[in-house]
Ligand binder design. Structure first.
Ligand code: NAP
Length: 265
């Protein structure tokens, strides 16, 4: 069935692949970018302006989306960026910016569209988190914090939206070859005490980059979640995660069942 889908950050990386594939499958896709005019002419789907750091941009989003479509079936929260660097060397202002964009920007976009989803009594909200929303790596503490925050928020939200028939899912990719590193912000301060660790982090990061996967794998997973009526909340994608997937199912399965049982009683 043809669906109306909004995907943030559709100019590059996962977002571009997902939007292109969903458009190809016949869905009505609206993508977003901070600079739609830069990309619009070469994209097959509609691209509208959205800056996660701008209240004004987010406040007018719903109006602009519903000028294009009368109902929205799926929101894919994908836009985000990476602040990397040793935590103590990272200016708090840069860390704040990381959470402002990745966490608060995503929450504000979701809130802007929830009234319509509730009115429709249907919808799906898919958010691209990260494996570092579940575990943390060095050299990206604020990025991990922003993804952990999203994880916790949506984990809670999905219970509250169930009665409105609004499904909530997260995608948790490991490292994949997109433009995320080129678009990232780096801490500039250097504290000598970290020099030894810095060398180790560099080889850890180089290894991560060398083994980064094909982003089409993540795009395929997102498309699958779009197509599934009642998708799982957690969708971990990438190499070396199978143990984590099993542990997650084991650890959370029982607790989650208990919460749902009480809410449904
Ligand atoms: N690549 C990985 O290994 C990996 C792993 C786990 C999770 N992720 C997550 O996947 C998502 C997509 O990242 P990607 O890897 O595809 O990176 P990417 O190629 O750099 O794409 C990022 C997208 O987000 C948009 N964006 C960035 N900052 C924005 C802002 N302030 N307001 C609005 N849009 C903004 C960009 O659009 P414009 O620049 O056109 O505005 C772009 O379309 C992110 O949430 C990222 O954290 C990536």
């Amino acid at each position: 069935m043809k669906q109306n889908i909004l995907i943030t950050g559709a100019s590059s990386g996962f977002g571009l692949l997902v939007a292109t594939e969903l458009h190809k499958q016949g869905h009505h896709v609206i993508g977003t970018s901070r600079n739609p005019e830069k990309y619009a002419s070469r994209l097959p789907f509609k691209l509208i302006a959205l800056d996660l750091d701008s209240e004004q941009s987010i406040n007018s989003l719903a109006e602009r989306v519903f000028a294009e479509v009368s109902r929205l079936d799926v929101l894919i929260n994908n836009a985000g960026f990476l602040v990397s660097g040793i935590a103590e060397e990272t200016p708090v202002e840069l860390g704040r910016q990381q959470l402002e964009t990745n966490f608060w920007g995503t929450i504000k976009v979701t809130n802007a569209l929830l009234p319509q989803f509730r009115k429709q009594k249907s919808g799906k909200i898919i958010t691209v988190g990260s494996i570092v929303g579940l575990v943390s790596f060095p050299n990206g503490a604020y990025y991990a914090a922003s993804k952990h925050a999203l994880e916790g928020y949506f984990k809670s939200l999905r219970y509250e939206l169930k009665e409105f028939n609004i499904r909530v899912a997260m995608i948790q990719p490991t490292a994949f070859k997109t433009n995320i590193l080129d678009n990232s912000s780096y801490a500039s301060g250097k504290i000598d005490d970290y020099n030894q660790l810095r060398g180790k982090i560099e080889s850890f990061t180089n290894n991560l980059v060398a083994n980064a996967g094909d982003p089409a794998i993540v795009a395929g997973k997102v498309v699958k979640v779009v197509e599934t009526d009642n998708p799982a909340f957690r969708n971990i994608v990438g190499k070396g995660t199978s143990t984590l997937i099993h542990l997650q199912h084991f650890a959370y399965g029982i607790l989650e069942k208990n919460v749902l049982k009480q809410l449904n009683s």
